[in-house]
Design a protein around this ligand. Structure first.
Ligand code: TA6
Length: 294
């Protein structure tokens, strides 16, 4: 059965072996098991989810692919001030709108989220979200289509795929980011803003120190690599890229984080993390990431 419907979500099982486990809660991808072309029979989970994270909808999930919308981190935009950290998309119950593709090559499913009285109390804007998850033999694509369903008024939003890539954080590098401008959220200026810096590690960014960096205008093609593997990430419609790993001191204080969890992931997060997208009435913006297992 390539698509198994469960009470709490869906299990997608590609004909060639890979699988994705996701919840209605947050449309949250919890795991993506994939092989790589050079070892097509060995499946590993490419997405970290903390074993201490409750999955019952009581709190945001620590790990997986949280969908961040309509604000990133602590809200700063005047229209966003009632929103929780990272908005509400990761804690709302999404609807399954059927399968777009289910064949030997690909399983593609479609989930939706619309504004409700609850979301309107937090952010008084009418919207429609389409989330399209596509599983191929060695890749996973997540696409978020954000539509402003107002007849007349624009709105400003942020959106981002807060992807927890399963990897040994001590030996993972992210490239090519050398020479790019980033804002360091772990190094705050006297005006209370993250310091503007230029990435200097030619061999790739590492997260040996606590890292919370927002890159502006990153390349659309990014690699994360470690001694026995890696991922290639292709993005569309995402003007910034966050790389985050808290390391031990901060990591121990993070809600629902398993012991030494920070050693097992690097978050690589394409989206709107600094800028805001203004979406005119009736218009749609598309953000997408395609992750290929290497
Ligand atoms: O994307 C990085 C970040 O904004 C960090 O600053 C860190 O706090 C992380 O997300 C986790 O946020 P959360 O709300 O899930 O605890």
């Amino acid at each position: 059965m390539p698509i198994e419907q469960k009470k709490e979500g869906l299990l997608l099982e590609h004909h060639k072996g890979p699988s994705v486990d996701l919840l209605w809660f947050g449309a949250h991808v919890l795991s993506w098991k994939s092989a790589i072309p050079s070892r097509p029979d060995v499946y590993t989970n490419r997405i970290f989810t903390s074993s201490k994270s409750p999955l019952d909808g009581s709190v945001p999930i620590r790990g997986g692919i949280p969908i961040v919308f309509p604000t990133f981190a602590t809200p700063s935009h005047p229209d966003h001030l009632k929103l929780p950290n990272h908005g509400f998309a990761r804690t709302e119950i999404w609807k399954w709108d059927g399968n777009l593709i289910d064949n030997q090559h690909e399983i593609t499913i479609h989930l939706t989220l619309d504004d409700t009285p609850r979301t309107r109390r937090l952010w008084d804007k009418p919207f429609h979200l389409d989330y399209i998850i596509s599983l191929q033999e060695f890749s996973l694509t997540t696409t978020l289509r954000i539509t402003n369903t107002s007849a007349s008024a624009p709105f400003d939003f942020q959106a981002l795929f807060h992807t927890y890539h399963a990897c040994p954080s001590a030996s993972t590098r992210v490239a090519p980011l050398h020479g790019l401008t980033y804002f360091d959220k772990n190094d705050i200026d006297t005006d209370g803003q993250p310091k503007r810096k230029v990435e200097g590690r030619a061999e790739g960014l590492d997260v040996l120190h606590p890292t919370d960096a927002v890159f502006v205008d990153p390349p659309r093609e990014i690699d994360a690599f470690w001694p026995l593997g890696g991922v290639h990430i292709s993005t569309i419609g995402t003007p910034e890229l966050v790389v985050w790993n808290p390391q031990a001191t901060a990591g121990q204080k993070i809600a629902e984080m398993e012991d030494e969890g920070w050693e097992k992931f690097v978050c690589i997060e394409p989206g709107f993390a600094r800028s805001f997208k203004t979406l005119e009435a009736g218009k749609t913006h598309v953000c997408s990431q395609r992750i290929t297992a290497l």
